[in-house]
Design a protein around this ligand. Structure first.
Ligand code: NAD
Ligand code: ZN
Length: 365
């Protein structure tokens, strides 16, 4: 369960839940009609299963197909989705189902939040990243030419159905990128989760069902705990902490573009490593903790240094991008720093020369 001030919803986790979607959704529906937003990849693998399940429960559906990829989280496709919903005479009670990864969830959640000032919203995440992170917590939105996720709304789903079996069709690189967000959760304030990842990472990544389910459950429980105390990201020790590694991560994504040279989760893994290195060089995080974090990310095949990217990156350009980050307050970037594994705090006191040194030492030009 995710418990918030005005609402509560469940995150269901397990194999083969998609087949049961019709039965699981029926008690939530006030009318037997839904819209499914799905990208072309996910449609080819999993739409039929959902459609069959809805039909068995006599739930009518219409499908809105979008292209896969981060570039779909844009004004253009937002407009297309909301126009389709309106042209098809969507009603206030008609739910929108996001079937797919974080791109589909963020875009369709924002459409659901805004069409007729709010349609019921249902998340059926199909990437590891969306199952452990983006489908829970209510952040929805799109990117703008100025940067990522700059337009959006807090809008909670009515239910999250995370069918871990759908991950069987997910490319391994995407699975690994999602795994980075689980490790990140441990690094924030759950050393037990981090240790569990150290011991079981290989099993999770080889999709051993029991471990995969437990990983999703642990990460969702962690996220539910954080957002419960800070639904709207207002406290310095709350939701903000979920952005560990993200200021630098988003900067790397923006610099490299959204065409697959770096995935969000890869950027987050590298961003976390950079923060640990920075904090060790500032004398506030033990070297052994940083070594341990780097060792784990490296052992599963995630990038731990800018050198691992094999694309030339300019430190000055990265620092410029950093200024566009949403977490800029009074012109200073709000960083999530660490005193060690599981010990995070926010700070605006990172000196530009320290960042520059970090990036140059890590392989930037
Ligand atoms: P994604 O939605 O682009 O999915 C990745 C790729 O996998 C796509 O090509 C998709 O078509 C494909 N895919 C999805 N499920 C599949 C399956 N089961 N089998 C085969 N292919 C499948 O990316 P993502 O990594 O899920 O999400 C990234 C997005 O999530 C970013 O835009 C990021 O900003 C956002 N995000 C949001 C939050 C939040 O709180 N809202 C949190 C973290 C990340
Ligand atoms: Zn993230």
């Amino acid at each position: 369960p995710v418990t918030l001030s005005n609402t509560q919803y469940n995150v269901l986790i397990g194999p083969n839940l998609l087949q049961q979607a019709g039965i699981l959704l029926t008690p939530l529906l006030s009318q037997k009609k839904v819209f499914i937003v799905v990208d072309e990849n996910v449609a080819s693998f999993h739409l039929q299963t959902l459609a069959n399940s809805l039909t068995l429960s006599q739930i009518e559906y219409e499908t809105i197909l979008i292209p896969p990829g981060e570039n779909t989280k844009s004004f253009k496709y937002y407009e297309q989705v909301v126009n389709t919903l309106l042209e098809k005479n969507v009603e206030r009670q008609t739910p929108v189902i996001a079937l797919g990864g974080g791109v589909t969830g963020d875009l369709s959640g924002f459409a659901a939040a805004t069409v007729l000032r709010g349609l019921p919203f249902i998340q059926i995440p199909t990437t590891l990243l969306s199952q452990v992170d983006s489908s829970v917590g209510g952040k929805t939105g799109i990117n703008t030419p100025t940067g990522k996720n700059l337009l959006g709304a807090f809008y909670q789903p009515q239910i999250v159905i995370a069918d871990t079996h759908t991950l069987n069709t997910l490319p391994q690189r995407e699975l690994l990128a999602g795994y980075a967000e689980i490790v990140k959760a441990g690094l924030i304030d759950d050393i037990e989760l981090f240790e569990w990842c150290e011991n079981n990472g290989e099993k999770i990544l080889s999709k051993e069902s029991h471990y995969l389910d437990e990983a999703v459950e642990r990460a969702c429980a962690f996220k539910a705990r954080i957002i419960k105390n800070d639904e709207f990201e207002q406290h310095s020790k709350g939701r903000n902490l979920l952005n560990l590694g993200h200021s630098l991560g988003h900067t790397l994504e923006a610099e490299l573009g959204y065409d697959g040279r770096i995935l969000h989760g890869e950027a987050v893994a590298l961003g976390c490593c950079l923060i640990f290195k920075l904090c060790t060089s500032m004398g506030i995080c033990p070297q052994e903790d940083t070594d341990r974090v780097l060792h784990h990310f490296k052992s599963v095949g995630l990038p731990t240094s800018i050198r691992d990217l094999s694309f030339p990156l300019q430190a000055s350009s990265l620092l410029r991008h950093l200024q566009h980050d949403k977490k800029v307050k009074n012109t200073k970037v709000l960083f999530i720093l660490v005193n060690g594994i599981g010990k995070t705090f926010t700070s605006q006191d990172v000196r530009e020369e320290d960042l520059l040194k970090l990036l140059m030492n890590d392989g930037c030009i």
